[in-house]
Design a protein around this ligand. Structure first.
Ligand code: CNA
Length: 237
């Protein structure tokens, strides 16, 4: 396939690649995304998922939030897929300098990637909202509202709608995007801000988009409309 050959040529000639990914990177591991045909936004719930995943909803309807969260977003009996694995190989080859992800599923770390910037946090980290004690995911009971020994509500360290991203992670992401010669954008609809807005810092040579559906909100040098796995399995390292 001509596009794959072009991508392999770009990778061969790049020294500083950054990967910017979204939910589409994990669909082939069995985690549904938000906006695809069979994504969470096209299923029926008592409230729209965008509302359930907001901070004001978490505050007002904590139990309802947790029901949705544990049912739909905390999926742990899964494995990294070929895209996660190839990214580890690219990092080991010293080509890939950072994985910037909007995902909260921890699959890049599970695959073995070292420099992962979790823009939206991770389901594996949780804190008591009162005493700030840290809890691992397996410490949380998955029914009702998880509570700390001090009585405080435990909140996952994931960024909900209406919440700000962490400055130090955003700063690091901007630094990598500004410095890289190739930026690979993959499996994201680029609808969620401010994450999607970080791409404006790119001033390198090759902007590559790999996405199942065509995106009309970004202009790239190379666009491959295919499943991430189909593309990454062909990447030569
Ligand atoms: P999205 O808006 O659902 O977009 C996903 C994009 O990926 C769509 O354009 C799809 O066409 C595309 N896509 C789906 N499967 C594939 C595939 N196999 N190969 C290539 N492309 C594919 O999700 P975004 O990431 O853009 O939105 C950001 C939200 C989604 C973040 O806040 C995440 O926390 C949130 N989210 C994360 C997960 C996860 O951690 N795995 C799951 C669902 C949602």
């Amino acid at each position: 396939m001509k596009n794959i050959k072009t991508l392999n040529d770009i990778i061969k000639n790049s020294n500083y690649i950054v990967f910017f990914g979204g939910a589409g990177v994990s669909t082939e591991s069995g985690i549904p995304d938000f906006r695809s045909k069979d994504g969470l936004y096209n299923q029926k719930y008592s409230y729209p998922p965008e509302e359930i995943l907001s901070r004001s909803f978490f505050n007002r309807h904590t139990e309802e939030f947790y029901k949705f969260y544990f049912d739909k977003l905390v999926i742990t009996d899964i494995k990294p897929n070929i895209t996660h694995i190839k990214l580890v190989e690219l990092e080991k080859a010293n080509k890939l300098k950072a994985v910037i992800t909007q995902n909260i599923d921890g699959l890049h770390e599970m695959a073995g990637s070292k420099n992962v910037l979790n823009l939206h946090g991770s389901i594996y980290d949780n804190y008591c909202m009162d005493c700030h004690k840290y809890f691992k995911l397996e410490d949380l009971k998955t029914t009702g509202v998880p509570r700390c020994q001090c009585g405080g509500i435990i909140k996952p360290d994931v960024v909900l709608y209406e919440e700000a991203l962490k400055d130090e992670i955003v700063d690091e992401a901007i630094e990598h995007i500004t410095k890289c010669d190739t930026l690979i954008v993959c499996g994201t609809s680029l609808n969620v801000y401010p994450a999607a807005g970080l791409l404006r810092y790119f001033k390198g040579k090759h902007l590559v988009v790999i996405n199942k559906d065509n995106l009309d909100n970004i202009k790239a040098d190379l666009v491959i409309n295919d499943y991430a796995g189909n593309v990454f399995k062909m990447i030569e390292i």
